[in-house]
Design a protein. Sequence first.
Length: 180
Amino acid sequence: MKSIVAFIAILCCSFAIAQGKDEGGDVKPKQPKNVKTSSAPVTRAEAQKTFDKAWKSLAGGLKAKGANPVKITADGKPVSKNEVLSAIKAIVTRVQPLFKRSASPVNFNSTRLRKDMDQAAFSKLIKDGFVMPVGPLVVGKDGSLSTYEFGDAVGVMLVRIADLVHLPSRKFTPALMKGG
């Protein structure tokens, strides 16, 4: 009995000591990265580099086979909206066999789309949610993109791919539960 009391006393003391302040001072808070912002448009070389990184992530995480399907001429000229749409379509087409479920259609007004883009080829990307229906890629005129617009478009595509390759658990998802 005395050994149990001694054990509990030691255990309580160890928790009390662990709650004390650490006066070490050698731990430095992590400094955030400085992100360079630019008003210059995204170049083709930057776009290709971004799509290479995105494909590397998809190939590693999803075990997608083959090389990056995006082939943009890596030069210093600004990337056009149509080139970005073609790149997104190439990636989506390549990973589509890995989807676990179908995309819920997004409602959009096709009269708002740019007239200088191939609406038949790219409207499926909008309907499936890979491109924002009123985003900078599909409204206005074909031209260059800012870093914010380009990053937002690539991010939307990656999030939608992540959404469609994941099948939620039937146990915790009301829409997938049996009997209701």
